[in-house]
Design a protein around this ligand. Structure first.
Ligand code: DMJ
Length: 485
């Protein structure tokens, strides 16, 4: 009866599936092959199970696609990940699951799918009759990477089309005044039910997937949307001094505001928002990423974990649990890749040690029920293996093939690895779509690389590589703000 748990678990071996490509990244071919076979032999989506569209997409669909790509890519660098007599079973499973999720996109007046929380989609019976009509922005608007890959692998536009329609529907609902989006919307009326605009829960991966869709598919309209969104975020959500590492004032922080007025709505930030510095690294805003990351790291140092919500005014957790989330590790890893500053290795070590100390349990790693009391819950989210462990492993594994391949890989929002490959630039259905559905302009992966090294990339100077990434007075200022000193 616990919807929060069951809608995610789905009764389809979630953790086994979500962890597949982690085994490949760790170079463990025998366990990868064993796990893939188990999935093929034992998992079925033909069940009376009601799931959240977003969670099923990022955790299950994304992992199946990632493992399929690894198995079938003869040039992948992870060692022998071949599966004997493999007949595209994982791709067929991904297809089967996606077809079962499609009812979520039907009978909605805006094109926004039935959502993440209520209602859900029953894998066997479609959208339950008691369905509500509200979705969060991230749940409806971050399906494009997985659905787009599936479409392009199958040569069937359906999946990308519905996911793209949802992104465009959300985009068209942004405020005329601020350009911001809220966090909860009615899929029939298009009215914003949640007017909070922020970077954390309910919004996070919407922004992430605008950029990652562009990186993968090269559609310039995705980059255009991301750039506009990023600018609006800077204009309305960012508080504090202008430059991270210079000048006077509070450290930069991204707050939750009313989407129509830009006025502050509350004084908490959430643990999910810690992904944002990683996204800033991808767009080349490394300096600003350093500051926000430092703020979250200070909170981690205080509690040995990140509370789900931290109130920066009260200097205390508003919501005190920590379900082994990956976002801070993810940003730490990406910042290390961008700067090679050993500071981030220390951060990673610190995180690793607290995980060992406070969350390690008899049969795995446990959710912290309360970050102050360090009480544990009998729950290990599947993203602990697909993201938290993967990013930690990659942070320290300098020689990993992922790092030797010249930016060939991208991570989905669930940490699944996909190759940035020419074949995802081709949509075989281009000729059959009406004009407005076509994206006129595309870029090649090679052009992307060039853009990375041009003026949009604010690189950290080499001479600062071995110093603290942030001047020590600014570090102390942040430590004071979270009550560390
Ligand atoms: C993951 O499932 C994904 O990273 C998602 O985008 C947001 N939250 C969880 C982990 O915290």
């Amino acid at each position: 009866s616990n919807l929060n748990i069951n809608d995610v678990l789905g009764n389809y071996s979630l953790t086994l599936i979500d962890a597949l490509d982690t085994l490949a990244v760790m170079g463990n071919s025998s366990e990868f092959q064993k796990a893939v076979k188990l999935v093929i032999d034992t998992v079925s989506f033909d069940k009376d199970s009601t799931v959240q569209v977003f969670e099923a997409t990022i955790r299950v669909l994304g992992s199946l696609l990632s493992a399929h790509i690894i198995i079938t890519d003869t040039k992948q660098p992870f060692g022998d990940m071949s599966i004997k007599d493999y007949d595209n079973e994982l791709l067929h499973m991904a297809h089967d699951l996606a077809v079962r999720l499609l009812p979520a996109f039907e009978n909605t007046k805006t094109g926004l799918p039935y959502p993440r929380a209520y209602p859900r989609v029953n894998l066997k019976k479609g959208v339950p009759p008691d369905s509500h009509n509200e979705t969060c922005t991230a749940g409806a608007g971050s399906l494009l990477v997985e659905f787009g890959i599936l479409s392009r692998l199958l040569g069937d536009s359906t999946f990308e089309w519905v996911a793209r329609r949802a992104v465009k529907a959300l985009w068209s609902l942004r405020s005329n005044n601020t350009g911001l989006l809220g966090n909860v919307v009615n899929i029939q009326t298009g009215h914003w039910v949640g007017k909070q605009s922020g970077l954390g829960a309910g919004s996070d991966s919407f922004y992430e997937y605008l950029l990652k869709s562009y990186i993968l598919f090269g559609e310039k309209e995705d980059l255009q949307m991301f750039n506009d969104a990023y600018q609006n975020i800077q204009n309305h959500l960012r508080r504090g001094r202008e430059a991270c590492n210079e000048g006077e004032g509070d450290p930069p922080l991204y707050v939750n505001v009313n989407m129509y007025t830009g006025q502050l709505m509350n004084t908490w930030i959430d643990s999910l928002q810690a992904f944002f510095p990683g996204l800033q690294v991808l767009i080349g805003d490394v300096e600003d990423a350093i500051c926000l990351h430092a703020f979250y790291y200070a909170i981690w140092k205080r509690y040995g974990a990140l509370p789900e919500r931290y109130n920066w005014q009260l200097q205390a957790p508003d919501v005190p649990f920590y379900p082994l989330r990956p976002e801070l590790v993810e940003s730490t890893y990406l910042l290390y890749q961008a700067t090679k500053n050993p500071f981030y290795l220390h951060v990673g070590m610190d995180i690793l040690q607290s995980l060992e100390k406070y969350t390690k349990a008899k049969c795995g790693y446990a959710t912290l029920h309360h970050v102050v009391e360090k009480t544990q819950e009998d729950r290990m989210e599947s993203f602990f293996l697909s993201e938290t462990c993967k990013y930690l492993y990659l942070l320290f594994d300098e020689e990993n093939p992922v790092h030797k391949s010249g930016n060939k890989f991208m991570f989905t929002t669930e940490g699944h690895i996909v190759s940035v490959d020419e074949r995802f630039r081709n949509s075989l259905w281009q000729d059959i779509l009406p004009e407005e559905e076509e994206s006129a302009e595309k870029v090649k992966p090679s052009e992307l690389k060039a853009a990375n090294f041009s003026s949009n990339c604010n690189r950290v100077p080499d001479e600062r590589r071995y110093l603290l990434p942030l001047k020590s007075n600014y570090m102390r200022q942040i430590d004071r703000m979270v009550g560390l000193i």
